[in-house]
Design a protein around this ligand. Structure first.
Ligand SMILES: C/C(=C\COP(=O)(O)OP(=O)(O)O)CO
Ligand code: SF4
Length: 402
């Protein structure tokens, strides 16, 4: 499929929208009342810190809703206003935050049902309005919805589209796209659908395995088994690693994406020599600013004297998990929660560990004076952060009274 030509024709279709519908002002008021927080603004204005009783809260200097998330949620709200009675669907979660997705359901936006791991688009009929989430959608899904004559409202973040343009460039130059990302993540599924040949790598360890294969060869069967879910159809590691380009899922750990890029640059230089490098290697910076800023702020806050840090964001939120990983690498006690409900009244907390499992920890708030770091992922409303901070204050006040 000529994905570039398809995208171009889609963009000219009258059934395709990728901007709002002129209701920004009304929607902004609604979004503010549902998701913003006076307390958080107060902490921001107070140099990102607040003391109440025994508790000092330190907020990261960059956290919470990024520009792309604000934009996508706002377009989704506008879409409902513009089409108040039409049947409306979304192909996936709009962003990875449970409270925002719940609001979509309340606005009668249906989620495409998934049967045995496959989306069932038979529920969608001609004339229905279908929202594509901030991560985008695969080109095959877009084509299917276009063929069904739906009205498509595309909220894909422009930073994500920038990565799609990058893999299109790789494809044009006959380079294999090496995508630093998670092969099951919606954004990476969408990105790989625009690529020609591709290989998705989760981390530096997997990249080192591939770099070694490029330089020294290895077992082809082992390679194909190891990456069976993360390669394009018919991938041939002997031929398809001769010319490579780097791309990424926008919310991966920034430092890791950079290391992977450098590793492959050196690998190709070693194999083909510096004069031939451009023939065999391409790299464009596709780390988004929001990811960069939130991770940099996290790297700063973990250097402060904190007793613990609470990382707030959806459990399937990749960028939130990366923030948690920074805390763990630093050896700081950290708890990743997705809402205030994870904090139980009897000083116990249910939190997500890096391996994805939930754990319950008792007596997580130390007695006496404490300094608590707080950050939140790019899809977490400030209201959710406020609820968590208020709960911590409340628990420590109760402790002082006992
Ligand atoms: C939409 C988006 C980022 C917003 O945060 P999310 O938490 O929704 O997504 P992710 O971190 O990728 O799992 C894709 O860059
Ligand atoms: S994290 Fe970056 S790429 Fe993702 S939605 Fe936000 S601005 Fe866009």
């Amino acid at each position: 499929m000529d994905t570039k030509a398809f995208k171009r024709s889609l963009q000219h279709s009258e059934n395709y929208h990728r901007k709002g519908f002129g209701h920004q002002v009304e929607v902004a008021t609604q979004l503010e009342s549902e998701y913003q927080s006076d307390l958080i603004q107060q902490i921001r204005d107070n140099n990102y810190s607040l003391v109440r009783g025994d508790v000092t809260i330190k907020l990261a200097q960059a956290f919470g809703f990024c520009w792309g998330v604000e934009r996508a949620v706002s377009i989704a709200y506008e879409t409902r206003k513009h089409f108040p009675t039409e049947r409306m669907w979304i192909t996936n979660e709009i962003i990875h935050n449970p409270s925002v997705n719940q609001r979509m359901r309340e606005m009668e936006v249906g989620f495409i049902p998934v049967e045995a791991g496959q989306k069932d688009f038979s529920v969608v009929e001609a004339g229905d309005v279908v929202i594509l989430p901030a991560f985008g959608a695969s080109v095959q899904e877009m084509q299917l919805l276009h063929d069904k004559k739906c009205t498509i409202v595309d909220t894909t973040c422009p930073w994500v589209s920038k990565v799609w343009n990058t893999v299109e460039k790789h494809k044009k130059g006959d380079y294999t796209s090496i995508i630093h990302g998670k092969y099951k993540h919606e954004e990476t599924i969408a990105t790989s659908s625009f690529a020609g040949k591709y290989l998705i790598l989760l981390n530096l360890q997997e990249a080192e395995y591939v770099a070694d294969y490029i330089l020294n060869g290895g077992s082809r069967d082992e390679f194909l088994a190891k990456f069976s879910k993360a390669i394009s159809a018919g991938f041939d590691p002997e031929k398809d690693l001769e010319r490579i380009g780097i791309a990424n899922q926008t919310t991966m750990l920034k430092g890791e994406t950079e290391k992977i890029g450098k590793l492959f640059e050196h690998t190709m230089m070693k194999k083909y020599g510096p004069h031939q490098l451009n023939e065999h290697f391409q790299s464009f910076n596709t780390i988004c600013d929001a990811t960069q800023e939130r991770q940099d702020a996290m790297l700063e806050i973990v250097e402060q004297e904190l007793d613990l840090i609470v990382v707030i964001g959806g459990f399937n939120s990749s960028n939130t998990t990366q923030l948690q990983q920074i805390a763990i690498q630093r050896g700081l006690t950290s708890y990743h929660i997705d809402s205030v409900e994870r904090i139980k009244s009897e000083n116990c907390i249910e939190h997500r560990q890096l391996n994805g499992e939930l754990k319950i920890t008792d007596n997580w708030l130390p007695e006496g004076k404490i300094v608590v770091g707080i950050t939140s992922g790019a899809s977490t409303p400030d209201k959710v952060v406020e609820d968590v901070i208020e709960k911590i204050f409340q628990m420590k006040t109760t402790e002082a009274l006992v």
